[in-house]
Design a protein around this ligand. Structure first.
Ligand code: BTN
Length: 230
């Protein structure tokens, strides 16, 4: 049986992920803020979070084994792509979990997990999606739903994302990987690894790791930023 989502609406917060980690100890709670003063990106980066963007953190207490926690990382970009598709926008996933539209970033995902004895007891799935916010200061090629010609409220977009997430959270890592693969713009492309090496992304493992072929060797990349090399 599906658990009903509880919502927490905030006007402004430092980071919805940090708020969730501090105050939310319940399963399936969605924290939505109108703006963040210290939005967090992956790899210690800041995530600019001005008004009219979607800043959402969903708390899950599924008690998954550590080996299945890629579910959180895979479900989030899939949910965003589904919602974009419902508005007529084609999103693609840049490994591990950014969503891009026509070579510009539209959404990012930051998953934070807490675990003990090989089980994840709490996961905070943070998603930032450019809806109608100003992206002038974003330090990479970026776009928003508004720039793609869509007018939607943040609340309606967030509700759709949460609905889509609830379907994906129930899938196995292997089924999620199979669903992600056709949308992964990184596959088949030359990529640069965090240590500077360049290779070809050839597959996605069931645990969400990217398989990259460098010369005759295949390596599985678990974390960090992998950028398109060409
Ligand atoms: C990235 O692009 O590197 C990930 C960005 C994740 C941003 C979201 S916004 C909601 C949640 N709260 C945060 O502080 N970060 C995530």
């Amino acid at each position: 049986m599906k658990t009903k989502t509880k919502w927490v609406y905030l006007k402004e917060v430092d980071s919805t992920n940090d708020y969730a980690k501090q105050y939310v100890h319940d399963h399936n709670v969605a924290v939505l803020a109108e703006a963040q003063t210290h939005g967090k990106g992956r790899c210690g980066r800041a995530f600019l979070s001005g008004k009219s963007g979607m800043y959402l953190s969903v708390v899950r207490m599924d008690d998954l084994p550590l080996s299945a926690c890629s579910v959180y990382m895979l479900a989030a970009p899939l949910a965003v792509c589904d919602v974009l598709a419902a508005y007529g926008i084609k999103g693609e996933i840049k490994w591990p979990n950014d969503v891009w539209v026509a070579n510009k970033k539209i959404a990012g995902v930051l998953v934070e997990t807490e675990w003990r004895e090989e089980r994840v007891y709490r996961a905070v799935v943070g998603i930032g999606l450019n809806v109608s916010n100003d992206i002038g200061d974003v330090p990479c090629a970026a776009t928003s739903m508004r720039l793609e010609g869509v007018s939607a409220t943040v609340k309606e977009v967030a509700e759709r994302v949460v609905d889509a997430l609830s379907v994906y959270f129930d899938m196995s890592p292997a089924a999620l990987v199979a669903t992600v693969k056709p949308r992964l713009l990184t596959l088949g492309r030359r990529v640069r690894l965090p240590d500077g090496r360049v290779g070809t992304a050839i597959d996605l493992a069931d645990d969400g790791r990217l398989i990259v072929k460098i010369g005759g060797e295949c390596i599985a990349v678990a974390a960090g930023d992998v950028n398109l090399a060409e």
